[in-house]
Design a protein around this ligand. Structure first.
Ligand code: ADP
Ligand code: MG
Length: 305
C-alpha cells in the first residue's frame, strides 16, 4: 500500500493473529491496488466491465455510499484526475485547464454501474480506492484480532490506526497525531477499541517548477489538488472504513465544511482538525482524552456542538 505498516498484538494467539493479519493486508493490496496490473481494480479500470469478488463489490458499494453522504467530497471516480496529476508517482505534472475540464466529465458516481458482482464503468472513467482501502484493511485486521481473541493490540497502516482494547498494563492506548509541520506530534489522544485515521496534505505532495505545492487529495468539484485551510483531519470512530473516507472528505471540505459535517453527524465520529493558522480543534467527547505535548505549538480549542 505504498506505506509503512506496524502491527502489534499481545496474548496467547498473538503470533497467529499477526500472521493472518499481514496475509489479509497483502491479499487486499493485490485485489484493490490501482498499480498492481492484475488486481481486480486494475482489471476493472482496464476492461471497464469486470466481475469482481464479493469483497471488492461490497467495498465499491460502500465507497458510493460515502460519496453520497459527503456530498461528493469523497469520490473514488476521481481516478482519471489523480492519474493526470500523478502526484504520488515518479512523474508528477500540472495538467492544463482544458485537460482537467475534459477529465471532470468522467468523474462521478453515475459512471459506475454495479449489478451484483459485475461492475461496468463508462468509457473514460476509472476508480481509485486509495482514499478508503487502508481504512477497510484496518477493519479487517480488527475482525481478525477479535476472532483470534486478542484483547490488546494496535496497528498502524500509514496513518490509519486501530487500537484494540487497552495496553497490556490496562491503561488506554495513547495515539499520537502527527504535527504536519515537524517530526513531533501535535497532540495525543487516549483511546481504546477505536480507529483514528488522519489525512493531510503534508506527506504526499510535489512542488511544481513555479514553486506551487500540490498535495495528493483532489477536490472532485474542481479537479485540482485541494488548497485547504486545514493541515490535517483526524477522524476517530468505531469504523475504520468510514473514518478513512471521512478523513479524506473533510480535508476537501475545509474547516467550515468539516465542522458543519460533524455537527450533522456527531453521533458517528469524533475529530481533530489542525488548521493552517495554527489552531487544533477537537470535538467535545475528546475533552478528557486529548493531551497537549510539552511546548505545544497549536492553540487547542473545543468545537461547539
Ligand atoms: P493517504 O492515502 O495518505 O492515507 P487519504 O486516505 O486521504 O490519504 O487518500 C488519498 C488518496 O485517495 C489519494 O492519493 C488518491 O489516490 C485518492 N484520492 C484523492 N482525492 C480523493 C477524493 N476526493 N476522494 C477519494 N479519493 C481521493
Ligand atoms: Mg482516506
Amino acid at each position: 500500500m505504498d506505506t509503512y505498516m506496524s502491527l502489534t498484538a499481545y496474548g496467547k494467539n498473538a503470533q497467529t493473529a499477526l500472521t493472518d493479519a499481514s496475509r489479509k493486508i497483502n491479499e487486499l493490496e493485490r485485489m484493490l491496488s490501482t498499480t498492481i496490473p492484475d488486481s481486480e481494480v486494475a482489471k476493472l479500470n482496464e476492461t471497464l466491465h469486470f466481475r469482481v469478488s464479493d469483497e471488492t463489490a461490497a467495498l465499491l458499494r460502500t465507497s458510493l455510499q460515502y460519496t453520497q453522504s459527503t456530498d461528493g467530497a469523497f469520490d473514488m471516480t476521481i481516478a482519471p484526475i489523480v492519474n493526470a496529476w500523478g502526484i504520488t508517482t515518479d512523474a508528477p505534472r500540472v495538467p492544463d485547464e482544458n485537460e482537467i475540464a475534459f477529465l471532470l466529465n468522467y468523474v462521478g458516481s453515475t459512471h459506475v454501474h454495479l449489478d451484483g458482482n459485475t461492475v461496468t464503468l463508462d468509457a473514460g472513467s476509472a476508480v481509485d480506492l486509495g482514499g478508503i482501502a487502508k481504512g477497510y484493511a484496518s477493519d479487517c485486521v480488527a475482525k481478525i484480532f477479535a476472532s483470534s481473541g486478542i484483547a490488546s493490540g494496535c496497528i498502524s497502516l500509514g496513518g490509519n490506526v486501530y487500537v484494540c482494547g487497552n495496553k497490556p498494563d490496562g491503561k488506554a492506548w495513547s495515539v499520537a497525531i502527527q504535527d504536519p509541520q515537524s517530526n513531533n506530534y501535535a497532540a495525543t489522544v487516549a483511546l481504546s477499541d477505536a480507529f483514528a485515521v488522519t489525512s493531510g496534505g503534508y506527506q504526499r505532495y510535489f512542488t511544481a517548477e513555479n514553486g506551487t505545492v500540490y498535495q495528493h487529495i483532489i477536490d472532485p468539484k474542481t479537479g485540482y489538488p485541494v488548497q485547504s485551510d486545514l493541515m490535517s483531519v483526524t477522524i476517530i470512530a468505531d469504523n475504520g472504513t468510514m473514518a478513512d473516507a471521512y478523513s479524506t472528505a473533510l480535508y476537501v471540505m475545509g474547516e467550515k465544511g468539516a465542522v458543519d459535517f460533524w455537527r450533522a453527524n456527531a453521533d458517528s465520529f469524533d475529530m481533530v482538525l489542525i488548521t493552517a493558522d495554527g489552531r487544533l480543534l477537537y470535538t467535545p467527547n475528546l475533552q478528557n482524552k486529548i493531551s497537549e505535548p510539552e511546548g505545544a505549538s497549536y492553540d487547542f480549542q473545543v468545537i461547539d456542538r
